[in-house]
Design a protein around this ligand. Structure first.
Ligand SMILES: N[C@@H](CCC(=O)N[C@@H](CS)C(=O)NCC(=O)O)C(=O)O
Length: 223
């Protein structure tokens, strides 16, 4: 087919953008990466994602797809044979989608807001984030990965929990995800970060810390 070209408009430090990179790499799909500057977005990004103006955007055969979870499904359906991301069974697929939304709408949001708030508000949001992490911990029990024996759609969707949250809590000075509170999730995070393609697709810790401090003004002041 003409113009099989795959382009990814992303950002090196974005967990959402890294989800897509991991999926493309697991599938063995070659792609061109455009590293967007969030403070000065390219005309192409604004053209391809006029609604949200956010990364990632995948452009395949000249057509754009936005929203990382939507992109992951597109990748899985388009490059079917190599490394399936979602389970085959319709019920299991629905369950994976349910939890991926939980991750973004509950877990990510509460953790990020807790990191960016202070005082009583932070304490409240921290409790909320802990509750969501506990729910994930329960969901994982008895499994190596959310996807079973190997990394799948839900593990990739949870990349924020496996890596970003650890750096964010350090720069923000708040304990969100700790081994003593969430031992099962902690072990999963370690396993996830060690997987061959994953470990090469996580931003360097020092660079990410410096970026988060500069962009969001984290002070590492509170508890
Ligand atoms: N729900 C979106 C979230 C994407 C997102 O928040 N991207 C951030 C980078 S981590 C972004 O592009 N931010 C640009 C901005 O806030 O102006 C997804 O899953 O793709």
């Amino acid at each position: 087919m003409a113009n099989e070209e795959v382009k990814l408009y992303g950002a090196w430090g974005s967990p959402f953008s890294r989800r897509v990179e991991i999926a493309l790499k697991l599938k063995g799909v070659p792609y061109q990466f455009f590293d967007e500057d969030m403070a000065n977005k390219s005309p192409d990004l604004l053209k391809y994602n006029p609604v949200h103006k956010k990364v990632p955007v995948l452009v395949h055969r000249g057509k754009p797809i936005a929203e990382s979870l939507v992109i992951l499904e597109y990748i899985d359906e388009t490059w079917k044979s190599a490394y399936p991301l979602l389970p085959e069974d319709p019920y299991d697929r629905a369950v994976a989608r349910f939890w991926s939304r939980f991750l973004d709408e509950q877990c990510f949001l509460a953790s990020w807001k807790a990191a960016r708030s202070e005082g009583e508000e932070r304490a409240k949001l921290k409790e909320e984030a802990h509750g969501h992490l506990k729910t994930l911990e329960e969901q994982l029990k008895g499994k190596k990965f959310f996807g079973g024996d190997s990394v799948g759609f839900l593990d990739i969707s949870a990349n924020f929990v496996a890596y970003w949250i650890l750096i964010i809590q350090e720069v923000a000075g708040v304990n969100l995800f700790t081994e003593d509170k969430f031992p099962t999730l902690w072990k999963w995070a370690e396993e996830f970060r060690c997987c061959p393609i994953i470990k090469d697709n996580l931003p360097k810790k020092e660079r990410l810390s410096a970026y988060l401090k500069a962009r969001f003004g984290f002070q590492n002041a509170s508890k």
